[in-house]
Ligand binder design. Sequence first.
Ligand SMILES: [Zn+2]
Length: 278
Amino acid sequence: MRHHCTDPADLSTRTIERTQQPSACPKSPHCSSRHGWILLSPHKRVSNLHHAPCRRATKGPAVLSPSERMHRVKRVIIAPHMDDESMGCGGLIAKYPDECAVVTVADSGEVRSREHDEAMRILQVQHTINLGFEDGETPQHMTALVRALDEVLADLQPEELYLPFPSLHQDHIAVYEAGLRACRISMSPDHWFPPNVYVYDIAVYDVNLYPTDLRWNVFEALSEAHIDAKTAACQAYQSEIPTEVHPINSVRQIAAAVGHVRLCDYAEQYALVRAVRR
Ligand SMILES: [Zn+2]
């Protein structure tokens, strides 16, 4: 797992690697958790990421003060691959860069990672995490994926979680299903229950090819500046962009069509899965 963090005072992206070699869990012989990962936020919060069953044997997370909660990430976007976050939620991220964290599941190599860093710089998002799963292989690692998402949610405690539409690509289906499992009610006191869960539209895959009752029923209005940033972030993935007609080359037109129907200049659309209003 690699954690990237962009300091707001310095938009260059730092990669925070594992602080020590993986070691046996000191708390349980059955624990396979990878120790030594840290997440360094712009406000210098450092926490160990550790999976729930082992954490349960230790002291639970501290209760946050209202001011600490204000500085927390509000929205977490889970992307199967580096580029899905920009196509699906690039406008939302550009609109609320300080409130968003982007979690990418697959590690698709150095070129893609550099393109992702550039996209995140364009969107000015400060929190990014890569879980390091092999591209195309996530369905074979569902337990590990759910555990990794559990850890991310427990650490960031977001109010809103965004998952990909589960269409066609096996990684997208796996991340959607793992994400829903991570949103469960759990017996673990450290488990985070995200009150609001959405599915985002990547606009690349034909939704009719995956039978579902998901409906696009939440719309985020975007400005010209937001759609400019989203377009630029998508175009940062140059190794992915085809020369022929393709949705990634029509980000502005798609956002305009979605927005105009709802009396906005531009919009992104999401399907509401759950909303708990406290
Ligand atoms: Zn993808």
